[in-house]
Design a binder for this molecule. Structure first.
Ligand code: HAM
Length: 426
């Protein structure tokens, strides 16, 4: 016999009240801030050809090697749930030809990575991502970092740290890997088992290792810029100069690497102490992606919204969605004859913008008052046969228990005022 399960798949979540109000708040703030930067929304499909991710993120990356949900669709095509948003957006923009030059877009939605679930690491998670299209330009990189910082502050986060580094140019990658490998080899025996393997396969991943022993060795490594040419170093210096000009509080982390192959020049990661081992709130950088012969260059970032919410709850002790979603009035019907009259009243109030609730199942007045209480409504509007005959309603203040009789126009006025006060306080 199978046990009924109401749980979603492992590593995935149902999002509902009250947390959903915090999600909506974070999303609305993001849309408001991004409009200030003249960045418009784009929505691309969640399912894409697998080849898009393999080619843009890189064949050897962890995301492509181990984390994609890949399957054959009914037409025998290899498709994958998107593990990140940049590749799909670039596919879309590559198809726009010249019109994509200078495009500035954002996206907000679910991403999928079949990782081992742990705190802060989900199999379905949500990203808010931004992509600014344009050839390498330190000023554009700094604009993206500033935008990212503005978003964090607008969400109410102040404890985050921005770490910056450079990936250099694509043709310097081999020299960087060889240099880091040479520097690590004498201590190879002190690396963890995974890193001893990474030394041969993907040495830059050693720089991300969370094991104490490996971190101690990584801290002593020369900065990656030691293995890069003058152009990359000068680019980083210009980025640093502009960051200082903009008074952006960033730290240069000379050993920061990012796990996706499309990056070049500026890369960054934003960390928050509330997040434990999975401490990246957001990551980004400059990239160059080729798709179907079109080359798209740009700079962008994506923030993990689950992690943003965790950090917010920790920093602000955020009372997730207490006020929102709460009706201002709950209409209570006394006697079967008033029910349909109250259905009309509720509709009138809602059309005028007053959030209100009522029960339509003819339950007792006592049960309806309990429902009014549970809903968190500020007022109960009670209307029985007697009041109906007099053309009145009873308005009960749920907080102090006081009651008064009102005519309908006065009721509407009172509830509209209460609605405005509620909106102003959230
Ligand atoms: P990423 O660093 O792979 O970059 O992901 C960005 C953010 O998504 C992370 O900092 C983290 O907050 C969140 N995230 C990633 N994996 C998970 C997970 N399994 N569970 C919860 N949150 C997660 C990108 O995806 C790039 N596309 C960013 C970018 C845009 N670069 C240029 N443009």
């Amino acid at each position: 016999m199978t046990v009924p399960s109401f749980q979603p798949l492992q590593g995935m979540s149902d999002l509902a009240a009250p947390e959903i109000y915090l999600w909506q708040e974070v999303e609305e703030t993001a849309r408001r801030i991004l409009a200030l930067y003249h960045v418009g929304e784009v929505r691309t499909p969640i399912l894409e050809p697998t080849g898009l991710f393999v080619r843009s993120l890189g064949e050897g990356t962890d995301v492509v090697q181990k984390e994609m949900y890949t399957f054959e669709d009914r037409g025998g095509r290899q498709v994958s749930l998107r593990p990140e948003g940049t590749a799909g957006v670039i596919r879309f923009l590559a198809g726009q030809g010249d019109e994509a030059a200078g495009a500035r877009v954002y996206y907000l939605g679910p991403m999928f990575r079949a990782e081992r679930p742990q705190a802060g690491r989900r199999r379905q998670f949500h990203q808010l991502g931004v992509e600014l299209i344009g050839p390498p330009n330190p000023a554009q990189d700094v604009e993206a970092v500033a935008m990212q910082q503005h978003l964090l502050n607008a969400w109410g986060l102040h404890g985050a740290r921005i770490e910056i580094n450079t990936r250099g140019l694509p043709d310097e990658q081999d020299a960087v890997s060889a240099g880091i490998r040479r520097a690590l080899e004498p201590d190879a025996g002190r690396l963890c088992e995974d890193c001893r393997r990474r030394l041969l396969t993907n040495v830059l991943r050693v720089l991300d290792c969370k094991q104490e022993g490996c971190r101690a060795l990584v801290d002593k490594l020369p900065p990656v810029t030691d293995f890069m040419g003058q152009e990359s170093r000068a680019y980083l210096e210009e980025v640093k100069r502009l960051l200082a000009l903009m008074e952006l509080p960033v730290e240069i982390n000379p050993r920061l690497v990012r796990g996706l192959d499309y990056y070049l020049h500026t890369i960054w990661e934003i960390k928050h102490p509330a997040l434990g081992a999975q401490d990246a709130l957001s990551g980004g950088g400059r990239y160059r992606i080729e798709w179907e012969g079109a080359v798209v260059e740009g700079v962008g970032f994506a923030a993990g919204l689950e992690r943003i919410l965790t950090a917010l709850q920790q920093e602000k002790g955020h009372p997730a969605g207490t006020a929102q979603g709460r009706p201002v009035a709950w209409i209570v019907s006394q006697g079967a004859g008033t029910l349909e009259q109250n259905l009309v009243l509720a509709q009138t109030l809602r059309r005028r913008g007053v959030p209100c609730g009522l029960a339509l199942d003819g339950r007792s007045v006592k049960a309806q008052m309990r429902a009014a209480n549970r809903s968190g409504a500020a007022f109960a509007v009670i209307r029985g046969e007697l009041e109906r005959e007099k053309g009145l309603v009873v308005l009960k203040n749920m907080k102090d228990g006081t009651q008064e009789e009102l005519e309908l126009p006065a009721l509407l006025e009172r509830l509209l005022l209460a609605t405005r006060a509620e909106v102003a306080s959230t």
